[in-house]
Write a protein that binds this ligand. Structure first.
Ligand code: GAR
Length: 207
C-alpha cells in the first residue's frame, strides 16, 4: 500500500476527489495517511476529519522565520512516513530539503497547461485571470513531479479544457476543476500506486 500524505491550503476539492476515488476503488493500492494544511481554519481539514484521516496544520504564523517553518513542515511530513506527497492546492513553496529528500515522490496539481500560466505568482484564481486576460481559447490542468524549479518538474498528465466567451475566472476555475483536475490527479496517484509510471531522463514514461 502506497502511503499518501496530502498538503492543502484551502477548500480541498482536490483532496475530496482523492478521498472519493479511494472509496470508489478508482485509486487502488494507496491509503491516505495524513493531511497537512498551512492554514488552521480551512475546509480541507474538515473534509479530512470527516473521512477519518489524521489532519493537522503547520502555519508559518506560528514560527519565527521561514527556515523554522520549513523544518517543522518537513518534520510533520516525515511523521507520516509517506511514500508519496501530494500537493493538492498547497500554495506554499516546498522547502528545498523536502524536494531533495522526496525526489520523484512529490506531485503537484496546477490549473493550467504547463508551461503556460505557471511559475512564481501563478496560483489559484490568478492562473485563470491571466489565461482570460491573454485571451487563450484552451486551458486545462497538469499533474507533475515537484523539482526545485517552480512548476518545472516532469509532467505526468495533462487535460485540456475549452474557454467560453463569457467566462469569469471563477467560472473557468470551476470548469477546470470539474473537467480536468478532479480526474487527472486521482488517476496519477492510481498510476503511481500501481507502478505504471517511471521517470526516465527527466521525462515521465507510462510503463
Ligand atoms: C486548485 O485549482 C489547484 O489546481 C490550485 O489551487 C486550487 C486548489 O483548490 N493549485 C495551484 O494553483 C498550485 N500552483 P482546492 O483546495 O479546492 O483543491
Amino acid at each position: 500500500m502506497l502511503r499518501v500524505v496530502v498538503l492543502v491550503s484551502g477548500g480541498g476539492t482536490n483532496l475530496q476527489a482523492i478521498i472519493d476515488a479511494i472509496k470508489a476503488d478508482k485509486i487502488t493500492n494507496a491509503e491516505l495517511v495524513g493531511v497537512i494544511s498551512n492554514n488552521k481554519t480551512v475546509k480541507s481539514l474538515d473534509r479530512a476529519k470527516a473521512a477519518g484521516i489524521p489532519a493537522v496544520s503547520v502555519s508559518p504564523k506560528d514560527f519565527a522565520d521561514r527556515a523554522t517553518f520549513n523544518d517543522a513542515l518537513l518534520a510533520k511530513v516525515e511523521e507520516f512516513t509517506p511514500d508519496l506527497v501530494v500537493l493538492a492546492g498547497f500554495l506554499v513553496a516546498i522547502p528545498e530539503a523536502m524536494v531533495k529528500k522526496y525526489s520523484n515522490r512529490i506531485i503537484n496539481i496546477h490549473p493550467s497547461l504547463i508551461p503556460s500560466f505557471c511559475g512564481v505568482g501563478y496560483y489559484g484564481l490568478k492562473v485563470h485571470e491571466k489565461a482570460l486576460e491573454r485571451g487563450v481559447k484552451v486551458t486545462g490542468a497538469t499533474v507533475h513531479f515537484v523539482t526545485e524549479g517552480m512548476d518545472e518538474g516532469p509532467i505526468i498528465a495533462q487535460k485540456p479544457v475549452m474557454i467560453e466567451e463569457d467566462d469569469t475566472a471563477e467560472v473557468l476555475q470551476q470548469r477546470v476543476m470539474e473537467q480536468a483536475e478532479w480526474i487527472i490527479l486521482p488517476k496519477a496517484i492510481d498510476d503511481i500506486a500501481n507502478g505504471r509510471i517511471a521517470v526516465v531522463d527527466g521525462k515521465v514514461r507510462h510503463v
